[in-house]
Design a binder for this molecule. Structure first.
Ligand code: CTP
Length: 391
């Protein structure tokens, strides 16, 4: 790994410079024992920074954090990941990371046992939830001489991730995207409602991904505990299917993109009791009426300039139902997840989706953290956009 590290980062820096990027490098004291700062200074054509006060000169971490369009943390050690996840700030790298206003991509690298340790996995999850883009560590030869998980992704893979970021950002910058997330609650009386188990995590991850790539996101969020704070995300909190419908109908005409991940109630009580319904002898019947199908309605309003993506949560005949929803709701794609897949669907941190497109293309993805599923969905949405409007 020492040898590989010595080569991997300089190779990556050379690729970035050749692609026209301006690269400034910060090294921790540990990194300096792996790669010579002189090599990186020569390749990047910029002084390598390593401490807050360098040769009596103040390295302005706030300005550095604001200067970059993108911050790559590679190789991200177990130690730096742990410190960042908890907001520690005891070196220049962490100070700049905490001051950064740009998207941050993290490429972890460590030995396998450290990678699998519960605290490392918890820290990786925390960082993904904060909104950092986490790259997968790879399987291969490690510093210990053993083989296993924890190897830093290859320079080509990191370069492709960074290039994709800029390509996606180019399309999304300044564009508006509507995202719905969470359940809806349909009131029965002042103390009871009909709801579902949706946590809103999938939709919030999509909203964060879009915001991270420069889109102006309108997040219409059902009743969940999640707090979303991002300068590019405006949150409209709603409770019922009707409120979600009204919010979406207002927002959709201004948007180039819409991703409808909310689990909207299909039925709502005919009438809401003003007082708490008292227990009586025998059974209780609540008459329900159909709610409006928001996605289907947006499908009728959709202009040729808009891309509309829906979800389908199924428990059987997944493909047939997903394709039916794609056609009946006039969506450009349907993201199908099945409750039959362990680890997928509501109230978990992972999901496994298959995306069905209008032209018959079907893409199945692995089970992944919802933040990574969000990346796949946004990438697919942009492929559809490019096919429609650019190519
Ligand atoms: N949807 C919607 N408005 C509704 C119901 C669903 O906008 N009243 C949207 C969901 O946000 C999702 C898609 O429609 O994007 C499919 O939702 P799903 O619950 O899987 O299917 P339904 O259309 O409700 O059909 P069914 O419950 O019979 O599977």
């Amino acid at each position: 790994m020492v040898v590989l590290l010595r080569f991997k980062i300089p190779i990556l820096v050379r690729m970035l410079i050749r692609s026209g990027a301006v690269v400034k490098i910060i090294m921790t004291p540990a990194a300096r024992s792996f790669v010579s700062p002189l090599v990186l200074e020569t390749l990047s054509k910029n002084k390598v920074l390593h401490s807050i006060s360098e040769e009596s000169e103040w390295a302005n971490h706030v300005m550095l954090g604001r200067w970059a369009d993108l911050f790559l943390l590679a190789p991200a050690s177990c130690n730096t990941l742990a410190k960042l996840a908890h907001g520690h700030c005891d070196n220049l790298l962490l100070a700049v990371l905490l001051s950064a206003v740009c998207p941050v991509v993290i490429a972890p690298a460590m030995d396998e046992d450290m990678w699998h340790h519960a605290t490392t996995q918890k820290n990786l999850k925390t960082l993904a939830e904060i909104g950092y883009q986490m790259m997968e560590a790879e399987y291969g030869e490690l510093a210990s001489g053993l083989s296993g998980m924890g190897r830093m992704p290859e320079p080509e893979t990191i370069f492709q991730t960074l290039s994709a970021h800029f390509k996606e950002k180019e399309i999304l910058s300044g564009k508006k995207a509507l995202v719905t997330a969470g359940p809806t609650y349909e009131n029965i009386d002042p103390v009871r409602f009909i709801g579902n188990y949706s946590s809103g995590k999938m939709g919030v991850a999509i909203a964060k991904r879009l915001a991270h790539l420069g889109a102006k996101v309108e997040l219409v969020l059902g009743p969940v505990q999640l707090e979303v704070s991002h300068p590019n995300i405006r949150v409209t909190k709603v409770r019922s299917a009707e409120q979600m419908f009204d919010a979406c109908i207002n927002i959709f005409p201004e948007c180039e993109f819409a991703i409808m991940s909310a689990a909207v109630a299909d039925y709502t009580p005919e009438s809401v009791a003003n007082e708490k319904i008292k227990k009586q002898e025998g059974s209780l019947q609540i008459q329900l009426k159909k709610t409006k199908d928001i996605l289907k309605h947006l499908g009728t309003l959709k202009s040729p300039q808009q891309v509309l993506i829906g979800f389908a949560l199924e428990s059987k005949d997944e493909k047939a139902y997903a394709i039916r929803k794609l056609n009946e709701k006039n969506a450009d794609a349907i993201v199908m997840n099945s409750i039959r897949t362990p680890g997928a669907g509501f109230a978990v941190d992972t999901n496994q989706v298959t995306i069905f497109e209008k032209d018959g293309v079907e893409t199945a993805y692995e089970l992944k953290p919802k933040e990574e599923v969000a990346q796949d969905i946004v990438e697919k949405m942009l492929t559809i956009y490019r096919q429609k409007f650019i190519e």
